[in-house]
Design a protein around this ligand. Structure first.
Ligand SMILES: *[C@@H]1O[C@H](CO)[C@@H](O)[C@H](O)[C@H]1NC(C)=O
Ligand SMILES: *[C@@H]1O[C@H](CO)[C@@H](O)[C@H](O)[C@H]1NC(C)=O
Ligand SMILES: *[C@@H]1O[C@H](CO)[C@@H](O)[C@H](O)[C@H]1NC(C)=O
Length: 450
């Protein structure tokens, strides 16, 4: 009912009044709101992840959370990067506002580690190395919001040059639940195959609700990318955001979050990010009962948005041609940098070298994985091993130590698994599921990358 008609009806007027003062569920949260925001990448080509995370900070800040309760992980090499056309400023959409201002620098540079992330979530101050030392010092009545944006692969998320393994991450969350140091928690994850972090792993009875940019077998998408239908002012060679992230962030920017449930936002984001032909379904996991709670409980609300009540209208157009697979975003960046640099300039030569290096890297990873698969399974079964996806409800791998060993051994012999290479954790997981031994992994990796 519109407010004007509402005032004519006494009952409605009172309900409006109640909603206004105590949230639409009529219950003001007693606990403290906490948040952990993580951008797991570095490098100017990954501008968008730190932009997403800075933007999330602004929403929490406007929502009423205090800096002492917001813990930020970001490498912090974007704002003052030599390629940033606007030094000291980070934007998250073309012509958008600065989202960098005021962001706490809790864990930057070398302090952006998996160990620190786990220590922060667990609330274990003594386990933290470097950084501000801020941890989730939460109690049984408190609400926690965790948001992560970066590259990933089946069963893994990138954290600079380390991996967060789905099983370990979920174990950290389960232990926090056992410790009784939160009332309920919401986790949002943007990464390729992000669903694999929770699929078959996140229990539905530990008061945690999660949504992910995609399921466990599809990439996620960079958004607001140069020349993809956006009228850029011409300065940026990179994507400024990621699609799932932009969708929830822009939805939260403008709406009265006292009156928007998590489930509603999930549907808004899923609707925007969902294109059947490209199959990038946003997913939800864990305790789905929590999806009935309002966003306000976790991320507060900006009083300026009190007038907004409808969250159905689109914030981002679902234009498939306007997004780019996160795995290809680097190539895309190097290409634009090359195209736009003046003929013969050092920047052009550098971009050309980066482009060629990336192409060579991809070829090397493709070939070395193919080699390993063929060595262990032959050519005939190899394709199934490389591409086979398990049924939903199952984690990507049963023996996580096998997957970890595989990744570690591969890196030792063949070099890093960057954004592109991370897709091959699927092949590694499948080989582990087929029962290969540590010796076979070592032998095949050594042979492939001799
Ligand atoms: C806050 O505390 C009061 C009194 O203990 C209780 O009635 C209310 O349900 C609590 N609110 C929440 C969201 O738990
Ligand atoms: C916190 O971390 C330290 C150092 O890693 C460890 O020894 C200790 O057991 C941890 N405390 C808890 C409560 O887990
Ligand atoms: C909340 O949204 C519902 C419909 O989604 C609407 O009827 C109601 O008036 C809204 N309440 C407030 C306080 O905005």
């Amino acid at each position: 009912m519109a407010p004007i008609q509402c005032i004519l009806s006494l009952l409605c007027f009172f309900s409006l009044l109640i909603n206004f003062t105590s949230g639409s569920n009529g219950v003001e949260p007693n606990g403290t709101r906490w948040a952990v925001l993580v951008a797991g990448s570095s490098g100017y080509g990954n501008y968008r992840h730190q932009a997403d995370v800075c933007h999330a900070y602004q929403i929490l800040k406007n929502g009423g959370l205090k800096d002492e309760n917001i813990i930020v992980f970001m490498y912090d090499d974007i704002a003052f990067n030599e390629y940033n056309p606007r030094p000291g400023v980070i934007i998250n959409k073309p012509h958008g506002p600065d989202v960098y201002e005021g962001v706490p620098k809790d864990y930057t540079g070398d302090a952006v580690t998996v160990e620190n992330l786990y220590a922060v979530i667990s609330g274990n101050k003594t386990a933290v190395k470097g950084g501000s030392g801020k941890v989730l010092d939460s109690g049984p009545d408190d609400y926690i919001f965790i948001y992560y944006a970066d590259h990933g692969g089946p069963g893994v998320l990138e954290m600079i040059d380390e991996e967060i393994y789905a099983k370990d991450f979920v174990t950290v969350l389960e232990e926090k639940h056992k410790a009784g140091t939160f009332k309920s928690m919401v986790v949002y994850i943007e990464a390729c195959e992000a669903g694999s972090i929770f699929e078959g792993l996140l229990p539905n009875n530990i008061n945690i609700y999660a949504t992910t940019a995609t399921d466990s077998s599809e990439p996620s998408w960079g958004y607001y990318c140069r020349d993809l239908n956006f009228p850029f002012s011409g300065e940026y060679d990179v994507c400024l955001g990621d699609l799932y992230s932009i969708a929830w962030l822009e939805d939260s920017d403008t709406h009265n979050l006292r009156n928007e449930t998590l489930g509603k936002q999930y549907h808004v984001v899923r609707h925007l990010d969902y294109d059947k032909t490209l199959q990038s379904p946003v997913m939800q996991y864990g305790d789905l009962e929590l999806s009935k709670e309002v966003l306000y409980t976790y991320i507060g609300t900006n009083p300026e948005n009190d007038e907004y009540t409808d969250s159905i209208e689109s914030v981002v157009q679902p234009m498939s041609q306007a997004r780019i697979s996160q795995r290809d975003a680097d190539l895309y960046y190097f290409w634009h940098k090359f195209q736009r640099a003046p003929e013969g300039s050092p920047k052009k030569l550098e971009a050309q070298r980066q482009l060629l290096d990336e192409l060579a890297y991809r070829k090397h990873v493709d070939q070395s994985i193919e080699n390993i698969v063929t060595t262990l399974f032959g050519t005939k079964d190899g394709k199934m091993v490389t591409n086979g996806v398990r049924a939903s409800g199952q984690p990507v791998v049963d023996d996580w130590d096998c997957l970890k060993t595989f990744v570690k051994t591969y890196k030792e012999h063949c070099g890093p698994l960057k954004a592109y290479g991370l897709k091959y954790t699927r092949a590694m997981a499948n080989m582990c599921n087929a029962g290969i031994t540590m010796d076979q992994i070592a032998m095949a990796s050594a042979k492939a990358c001799a």
